[in-house]
Design a protein around this ligand. Structure first.
Ligand SMILES: NC(=O)c1ccc[n+]([C@@H]2O[C@H](COP(=O)([O-])OP(=O)(O)OC[C@H]3O[C@@H](n4cnc5c(N)ncnc54)[C@H](O)[C@@H]3O)[C@@H](O)[C@H]2O)c1
Length: 347
């Protein structure tokens, strides 16, 4: 089978990870990259022997591109994704899908109208341990779900926020510890526990000077199935701790550190304990470059088989809605009920 031809918009931290992932995938041929910063984009293009474009719109005119990955600042995802759709390209958007529900809905609508595949990056969903516990929950092994909690207590220095104009801004990062760092775990929590019904939260900026967004957040959560839970996130926890997810059911408990099971216990079985490894708790570039691969493979299969990608636009919208709900609760002091009604829906 001929390889699928990819292009990338944005050659920063995660754009380089996309390249590293694609290099190991025989079913992928990278044909072009774009970055408005010439030294970043051109350098990567020369290294990979592919075409470089300062103007991504010009790159999208190429008829030989099948799938585009978007790795630009979060608040630009909508404009870039819509340009991809208008150019007839299937598209993978880095997380978050966008920073507002209205823009996320617009993206989802346009890709559906054009009959193009859209995938929103949530690479940790493809982790074998996450899939294993998801399967056990679905077969009823945990019994009734009681509580689901996640903690993303990481460290990002002031110099991290200073390293890009967009970092730590409402306009382009769309939020802080929740929207940028904790979104993967929030996605996994709702993926495992089921839909969130309401949130009540406190978000603060307590450990950094030159950021607009929250660097610490605490939310209590009620799930649609009656279970309760919590989401805590910070970028102030030096030197950065392993992330944690706890799933507690009436018949058993699963604990994840990063994406690996460290405890799996059922009342009727022996406890399983495992060692977990480090990760991106202190270094955003430390993400394993292989971790996007299953999601890229799923997108290629979705295009070839003309089916929905496992994490499509609607799936990418789910953690965004929880985070927007948490921000609204913190701003108003009120409990926020989901789904959030948006003005743009169906427009
Ligand atoms: N999935 C993950 O685990 C993961 C990890 C890190 C970042 N991300 C996401 O990836 C996105 C990018 O984050 P990053 O840390 O790589 O940021 P970054 O600042 O390192 O890279 C963004 C790049 O986009 C380029 N860019 C901006 N406007 C452009 C345009 N019009 N055309 C072409 N290039 C343009 C910038 O020059 C920059 O090089 C964010 O949305 C972030 O949330 C996801």
């Amino acid at each position: 089978m001929k390889p699928m031809r990819f292009a990338i918009i944005g050659c920063g931290v995660i754009g380089k990870t996309h390249v590293a992932v694609m290099q190991d995938m025989p079913e992928v041929e990278l044909v072009a990259v774009s970055d408005e910063v010439e030294e970043l984009g051109k350098g990567l293009a020369e290294k990979m022997g592919v075409a470089y474009y300062a103007d991504y719109q010009e790159m999208l005119e190429r008829p030989d591109i099948d799938i585009v990955t978007i790795a630009t600042p979060s608040g630009m995802h909508g404009a870039h994704a819509i340009a991809c759709a208008n150019a007839g390209k299937h598209t993978i958007i880095e997380k978050p899908i966008e920073i507002t529900l209205e823009k996320a809905d617009e993206i989802i609508r346009i890709f559906a109208e054009k009959g193009l595949k859209l995938s929103s990056v949530s690479q940790t969903r493809f982790s074998r341990d996450i899939q294993r516990v998801k399967g056990l929950i679905e077969t009823g092994k945990f019994g009734r779900l009681i509580m689901g909690a996640t903690a993303v207590h990481w460290y990002r220095s002031q110099s991290y926020y200073d390293s890009g104009d967009w970092r730590g801004t409402w306009a382009l990062d769309g939020g802080g510890a929740l929207m940028n760092q904790a979104i993967h775990r929030i996605d996994l929590l709702q993926y495992l526990m089921g839909p969130v019904r309401s949130v009540h939260a406190h978000c603060e900026t307590l450990g950094h000077e030159r950021i607009e967004v929250e660097d610490v957040a605490v939310a209590s959560v009620r799930f649609a199935n009656g279970a309760v839970g919590s989401i805590t996130a910070t970028t102030c926890a030096y030197p950065g701790l392993k992330t944690r997810i706890e799933i507690i059911g009436e018949n058993g408990t699963a604990v994840f550190e990063n994406e690996q099971i460290t405890q799996l216990s059922f009342k009727d079985e022996e406890t399983e304990l495992a060692e977990s490894k480090g990760g991106a708790s202190a270094d955003p570039a430390a993400l394993s470059s292989s971790s996007h691969r299953p999601q890229f493979e799923d997108m290629i299969a979705a295009v070839r088989e003309n089916r929905e990608p496992a994490v499509n636009g609607e799936q990418g919208r789910l953690p965004l809605e929880i985070i927007i709900g948490i921000y609204r609760s913190s701003q108003t002091g009120q409990t926020v009920t989901l789904p959030i009604v948006t003005e743009g829906v169906g427009a």
